[in-house]
Design a protein around this ligand. Structure first.
Ligand SMILES: [Zn+2]
Length: 463
């Protein structure tokens, strides 16, 4: 473990060398053991090999046996600030991001007030720049107050720095308003991110419709609630020649309409969450998804309640396959922190949402461990692919890019304990689950913003 003195040195070092790690940078096709040199907050170079021969002025971080990747980019984060600071703040949310290996988070506008004016967006940007541990890029609302009646001032929001528009949490139910939003988005050159859900089809549903819902006596949301909205949005994107980004895709039907739209040349990208890649609706039984003869006291874990809901095993397998082949472009967290009072209640009453940032990488890394997806594709879906959707110089270790770097220990085993989260909230269904692979160091613009230390309890030493 680094002493406090050497830790201070990394934090302030102007020249850093991350040595001996397996450097994976999909944007440049790099996957080799090398040293990454950082100077004045920017990437300097990636060496051809790791010689152990680093110039003296560099402060060295030994990454042997570890993976070195560009810092992750999350296109879908709920920071809850302003307005619900008891759940999360810009400070706690960006610290959680750093602990999860994310150096850029895109903040959804469903705050209070809603981010539907330049003044509110500028306030978030200003506070994020001064207090945030990592970069925060704001997303502006599609409609005023996210009420789905009139368009927000999209040009003004674009000038304030938003990277796209979304009423996330609420779908844009009115197809003609969606068409107008898409048309206008072409003018400002930014994507529309519509929470794809027909609320009327899913009305009253609290989990995925199917045998698990029936057995638990809970109302179900059919997959069609999502699929019909994804299909509508894809046709409207085609009509308007706009850029559409589909958030948290979760159904086999959505993949089918996405595939056919891609083939027609629609300008569309899609994201999937870590939970829709790893957890099925059987997790609502409790006991981490093990199906038991009798429904036990572990069932109805409200931390599994999320929108879109956890789907069937077949949907989960299809999401993995679609991510692997690139039909789904990226992984985004939909980090949705909620207070204890929103979750310590009946399943019907509980708020939708999972606290994801600090478990995201490790949970999806299990797919690599199980041979279901390659490590390079996984890293690409968290770095260069979201970077290219943003069209920013982010998500790669190219010379001159911001020195946003994450170091991963692929062999570290740990048990998720939400009480250790930097997030203000603890609503994770993964509490107590053992995972392999862990973020050990996060560097943002050349400064260490997270380093795993001896205070964190490792699997095997937990009593
Ligand atoms: Zn959503």
């Amino acid at each position: 473990m680094a002493s406090d003195e050497s830790k201070e040195t990394h934090l302030k070092a102007r020249k850093l060398a991350i040595t001996g790690g397996r450097v994976i940078d999909p944007a440049q096709g790099i996957d080799r053991v090398a040293d990454v040199l950082i100077s004045n907050g920017k990437i300097g170079a990636i060496t051809e090999s790791s010689t152990g021969d680093v110039p003296r002025e560099y402060v060295q971080i030994d990454a042997s046996g570890k993976i070195v990747s560009p810092g992750f980019i999350d296109l879908h984060t709920h920071l809850r600030d302003p307005g619900q600071e008891w759940k999360e703040t810009i400070v706690s949310g960006t610290r959680a991001a750093a602990r999860g290996g994310f150096t850029t988070v895109c903040a959804m506008p469903n705050t209070d007030p809603v981010q539907d004016t330049a003044a509110i967006v500028e306030d978030v940007v200003r506070r994020a720049n001064s207090d945030g541990a990592v970069r925060v890029l704001p997303i502006g609302a599609i409609s005023i107050g996210q009420r789905g009646k009139r368009l927000a001032p999209m040009g003004e929001l674009a000038d304030a720095g938003v990277i796209g528009f979304s009423d996330d949490g609420n779908p844009v139910a009115d197809a003609n308003l969606m068409r107008q939003a898409l048309s206008y988005s072409v003018e400002v050159g930014l994507p529309i991110i519509n929470h794809a859900e027909d609320k009327k089809i899913g009305a009253g549903g609290v989990m995925n419709a199917g045998t698990v819902a029936t057995r638990l006596g809970l109302s179900g949301v059919p997959v069609e609630a999502e699929t019909v909205m994804v299909a509508r949005d894809l046709y409207l994107a085609d009509l308007t020649k706009a850029r559409l980004h589909i958030p948290h895709i979760s159904t086999i039907g959505s993949l089918a309409v996405l595939k056919s739209a891609r083939e027609r040349g629609v300008d569309v990208t899609a994201e999937v969450t870590p939970h829709h890649l790893t957890l099925s609706d059987e997790w609502v039984y409790g006991l981490n998804g093990s199906v038991t003869e009798a429904v036990g006291s572990e069932a109805y874990d409200t931390n599994t309640k999320v929108n879109p809901p956890l789907r069937s095993r077949a949907d989960v397998e299809a999401m993995i396959e679609a991510l692997k082949e690139g039909l789904i472009d990226i992984i985004a967290t939909d980090h949705a922190p909620h207070a204890a009072t929103d979750k310590i209640c009946t399943y019907n009453e509980a708020a939708h949402g999972i606290n994801v940032l600090e478990t995201a990488f490790s949970s999806v890394f299990q797919l690599v461990v199980n041979g279901k997806i390659s490590l390079v594709r996984l890293i690409e879906s968290l770095t260069s692919s979201p970077g290219s959707i943003l069209r920013h110089d982010l998500g790669s270790l190219k010379n001159g890019f911001p020195a946003d770097v994450v170091i991963i220990d692929p062999n570290s085993r740990w048990i998720v304990d939400p009480e250790e989260f930097e997030s203000k909230s603890v609503n994770s269904p993964l509490s107590g689950v053992e995972l392999t692979g862990r973020i050990v160091h996060t560097i943002y613009q050349g400064e260490t913003v997270f380093e795993l230390n001896g205070d964190h309890i490792e699997a095997g030493t937990r009593s």
